[in-house]
Write a protein that binds this ligand. Structure first.
Ligand code: TRP
Length: 441
């Protein structure tokens, strides 16, 4: 009934593609800031425990669905639970990935803009005011961000049109190793800056007194976002994998994602402290603080600073691209399976729809900034809706479905039984806790 599915060339490709999805903007700006806020090394320890005990079982729930059905989330639910409301979960996952893709590509556009400026030497940030003015014009004007956004979407679409093997696999195999190498270079530069030691100690000093239930919930939420759970991306990628080693694939993805987050922390925070800036700046940490710090360093070491800036923004661009293609593919796969579109037609459809919502998100920093939905601009609304609600509910539903509805009779071995126990009894209440704490806070 379906044309034969494309597959990844092997396990390494499957794992690198998953790592590419997981490693993204969440690791580079969000993780370092959360670590600093929530007790340094103590937070890192809790984050790692949450990733392996909660996020990994959710990952496996999605992977099991992809493996058993061989389809993306909507068609998978249709087959595994025929004529039931579970297909709504499949649909919600596709819609969530579409919304995340739309606003994610806007940030991807900013990273294109900064990367081009770092090469052209037109960053010229000499003061904090000029750093925020630059970010204001990159994000808040009309032509510039829309052009960069379209460019970013265009590159993502080209990778997707090339297909699972020639597009996603080739891109992930090149970009992920390159990303690690580049981040390590920026880290070494950042740690060598005068005044960087304080940033290092901000990350490594364990302060267990800051750990309470809300910090655990934040660690879990961060791990969740970072591992790209709850939107059926893992279902889709696993349906392209040939072999069955999902537990080790999940473990490797978790390890790569965490390792990259920690390295990014050491690239960003020492530089922030070296520049005498506030570490709690959030998204602007990357787009305002770092150009300022690198700009300051350019006074004494112009060549090094220039190279570090180029490498840093190229890393952000690659990390954003490898995540955006995973969301893009999740949507394209749905249009191919459900609407029976060819890959080209499906890509074009997703491209156009994402462009429309993305333009609205982008303009919500400029001409549309007064358009508010539940008190947020359009971009903020899309972000909150997906990160706080749809992703969490999706992950909860995937875990309940796999834990309670699927037949685990054939699962043997202590690892399988351990994960089944976690998926059935521990993960759902844990997710409910994050969900309620994020709604109530
Ligand atoms: N994990 C990505 C990051 O850290 C972002 C992301 C969130 C994502 N949810 C996703 C990517 C779902 C793919 C699918 O930046």
């Amino acid at each position: 009934m379906f044309p034969k599915k494309e597959k990844f060339g092997g396990k390494a490709a499957y794992i690198l593609a998953l790592a590419g999805s997981a490693i993204g903007l969440g690791n580079i700006w969000r993780f370092p800031y959360m670590v600093g806020e929530h007790g340094g090394a103590a937070f890192i320890i809790i984050y790692i425990i949450c990733s392996f005990l909660i996020s990994l079982p959710i990952f496996l729930s999605e992977a099991v669905i992809g493996k058993v059905s061989g389809h993306g989330s909507y068609e998978a639910m249709k087959r595994l639970a025929p004529n039931s409301a579970w297909r709504g979960l499949g649909m919600m996952a596709v819609i969530s990935s579409f919304i995340i893709l739309s606003f994610y590509c806007v940030v991807g556009g900013w990273s294109v803009d900064y990367f081009v400026r770092s090469i052209a030497g037109t960053m010229s940030v000499t003061s904090r005011e000029s750093a925020s003015a630059l970010f204001g014009s990159v994000a808040g004007s009309v032509c510039e961000p829309l052009t960069a956004h379209l460019f970013f979407l265009g590159i993502s679409a080209v990778i997707i049109v090339l297909g699972v093997k020639k597009g996603i696999e080739v891109f992930s195999k090149i970009s992920i190793p390159l990303l690690f190498v580049m981040m390590v270079i920026v880290t070494v530069y950042s740690i060598s800056l005068p005044g960087a030691a304080e940033g290092v100690s901000y990350l490594v000093r364990p302060d267990f007194s800051k750990i309470d239930a809300s910090v655990v919930a934040s660690a879990l939420g961060q791990s969740f976002f970072s591992m790209s759970l709850g939107v059926g991306m893992v279902v889709t990628y696993t349906s392209y994998s040939k072999d069955s080693g999902i537990v080790s694939a999940g473990a490797w993805t978790t390890v790569f994602d965490t390792l990259f987050a920690v390295i990014a922390g050491f690239a960003v925070m020492p530089a922030v402290f070296a520049g005498g800036l506030e570490p709690e700046a959030g998204p602007s940490l990357v787009f305002e603080a770092l150009p300022y710090v690198f700009g300051q360093m350019a006074i004494d070491m112009p060549v090094f600073s220039r190279i570090a800036t180029i490498i840093f923004f190229f890393s952000i661009l690659l990390a954003a691209l490898s995540s955006s293609i995973s969301l893009f593919e999740t949507c394209v796969n749905h249009a191919m399976e459900h609407n029976k579109f060819s890959r080209r037609k499906a890509t074009l459809l997703v491209l156009v729809l994402t462009w429309v919502l993305g333009v609205l998100c982008s303009l919500s920093f400029g001409p549309l900034k007064d358009v508010k939905i539940f008190g947020e601009n359009i971009f903020g609304f899309c972000d909150e809706l997906t990160s706080n609600y749809l992703m969490t509910l999706g992950a909860l539903a995937f875990a309940i479905f796999v834990g309670w509805r699927m037949d685990w009779q054939k699962v043997t071995g202590s690892v399988g039984r351990f994960f089944h126990f976690m998926i059935k009894w521990i993960v759902p209440p844990a997710i409910l806790t994050i969900f309620l704490s994020s709604i109530l806070s």
